[in-house]
Design a binder for this molecule. Structure first.
Ligand code: PLP
Length: 367
């Protein structure tokens, strides 16, 4: 079976270094708010080529904390609106609703799967305070028209960079394009910890410090609590693992790009729609998403031929039980994407034989 993502093999590449890093943390007797986290934050700032990094417990918290900090700083309040793509992982929207803010869902562009920047302005009201862009599947969602719109309406741009660490737009890293960004280091992400971890990156020093305080019970001085905060800190042991893995991220991204280029050049089947190539340089291919009218049939066929695939994502967030109050929403492009997408195996540890097999099996599909 060709696994969709073989985490054992991925982390196996670095097993010795990871074990050494874990042993250092165990032996140090210091497990939170220590040197590993400090080092990871500064390495992430170097990788990002700017910004202030705050390590937190996971990617959802990173996004939640950004909004919570804006609320504490008086820049947003409950009932304000945030524009967000309808085609995203639900965590993007959970971060908004968790803070009592209202998500305003916008359709994606069918060729990029990302927020359609042309549809934003119509959705802006007197209550709109921010636009959240999601660099979905590892592809950059950005444009000068977005920046102009945010300036014109005095909106913050928040990036959900959970899937796109390492991508660039005109040379600038995603996560440094907007006002603040949330990163996820969930094990399956391009930079994966061996457990949960996340980060906020922002150029805004005051916002960074507010996030840091909020993530530590709302306290920056022990037993003095300025805000009603959370406990959302990155473990030292996860930071130690990330300090190892960050060094290999660029090489892994190049590996993903080579596989994506191979798939695009060699998958030739009129029943399958490949990702479009625009701005492909900035893409980090967190997942390689194809589309097919007979998606479920294609997935079963690939499974029969020993190829595991996943669907990102099967159910639109506004059709989920937890958002039953949104159930009247109907968005044709988002729903088409949810019905047709399929993600192929792509990672640094897939070997050439496996890639050749995926291509050959796909090219033979005539469902
Ligand atoms: C993974 C992910 C998140 C949440 O990150 P966690 O670390 O799993 O909490 C948020 N947004 C998107 C788009 C994601 O893919």
């Amino acid at each position: 079976m060709i696994k969709f993502l073989d985490l054992q093999k991925i982390n196996g590449q670095y097993a010795e270094e990871l074990k050494k890093a874990a042993a250092e943390v165990i032996d140090s007797g210091w497990y939170l708010l220590g040197e590993q986290v400090k080092q990871f934050e500064s390495s992430l700032e170097v990788f990002q080529e700017g910004g202030n990094a705050v390590a937190v417990a996971n990617g959802l918290d990173a996004l939640r904390l950004i909004f919570k900090a804006y609320i504490e700083l008086g820049l947003m309040k409950q009932g304000d609106e945030v524009i967000v793509p309808a085609n995203t992982y639900i965590a993007s929207v959970l971060a908004i609703t968790d803070n009592g803010l209202i998500p305003v869902l916008v359709e994606p562009d069918l060729s990029s799967y990302n927020l359609d920047l042309n549809l934003i302005e119509n959705k802006i009201t007197a209550k709109t305070k921010a636009i959240m862009v999601v660099h979905l599947y590892g592809r950059v969602c950005w444009g000068s028209e977005l920046v102009a719109l945010a300036e014109k309406h005095n909106l913050k741009i928040i990036e959900d960079n959970a899937q796109a660490i390492g991508a660039r737009f005109n040379g600038v890293r995603t996560g440094n394009l907007g006002d603040a960004a949330g990163f996820s280091f969930y094990p399956g992400k391009n930079l994966g910890a061996l457990g949960d971890a996340g980060a906020v990156v922002t150029k805004d020093v005051e916002l960074a410090e507010t996030v840091r305080t909020l993530a530590n019970y709302g306290s920056s001085q022990k037993y003095v609590n300025r805000y009603q905060g959370l406990n959302s800190r990155m473990d030292e042991i996860q930071a130690a693992f990330l300090n190892v893995k960050l060094r290999y991220l660029e090489a892994e991204t190049q590996g993903r790009r080579a596989i994506a280029a191979y798939y695009i050049a060699n998958i030739k089947n009129s029943k399958i729609i490949l990702p479009s190539l625009d701005e492909v340089d900035g893409h980090v291919w967190h997942v390689f998403v194809i589309r097919c009218n007979k998606r479920d049939e294609l997935q079963a066929y690939l499974q029969e031929h020993g190829i595991q695939t996943l669907i990102h994502y099967p159910i639109p967030l506004y059709k989920q039980e937890c958002y039953s109050y949104m159930s009247a929403i109907s968005l044709a492009i988002t729903e088409q994407i949810h019905a047709q997408v399929l993600s192929l195996p792509i990672s640094a540890v897939i070997d050439t034989d496996e890639i050749l097999k995926v291509v050959a099996v796909l090219n033979a599909f005539n469902g």
